[in-house]
Design a protein around this ligand. Structure first.
Ligand code: SF4
Length: 125
């Protein structure tokens, strides 16, 4: 179960800016810090793209306390973009996860999946 839509550490997720540049963060489009490559570079030197993308995946997010945090599997170390714009070391989502995860479990245990994007309230609830 993942509540995060963050693409920063996801292997297959990328954002493409209006000029064809490729980023690892939707909010970071236009910022060099979040840029992986450009369209032209992918076409002409795909190996550069692979190496830079691998660096993003390998860097991870958060700090040394995150891997031992109980929320790490869903959080992944907070938001890199928020930490960058706020000028802080990391954007910790611990309080959010403490509140949101039990609610998500409660909601998911009271509904039934019908088909993609269609869920109904479980009978008897
Ligand atoms: S909740 Fe905070 S400490 Fe835990 S993984 Fe996320 S950023 Fe790291």
């Amino acid at each position: 179960m993942s509540e995060s839509i963050c693409m920063y550490n996801k292997e297959y997720d990328l954002a493409i800016g209006p000029n064809g540049s490729i980023y690892k963060c939707v909010s970071g489009i236009g910022l060099e810090r979040f840029k992986v490559s450009s369209r032209d570079e992918v076409m002409e030197k795909p190996e550069f793209f692979i190496v830079r993308h691998a660096k993003f995946l390998g860097l991870g997010k958060g700090d040394h306390t995150c891997p031992s945090c109980r929320f790490f599997p869903v959080c992944g170390g907070g938001c890199e973009y928020n930490a960058y714009v706020q000028g802080c070391k990391k954007d910790c989502w611990q309080r959010f996860h403490e509140i949101a995860l039990p609610k998500m479990v409660e909601i998911l245990s009271s509904i039934d999946f019908v088909e993609p994007d269609i869920w109904v309230k479980r009978s008897g609830n």
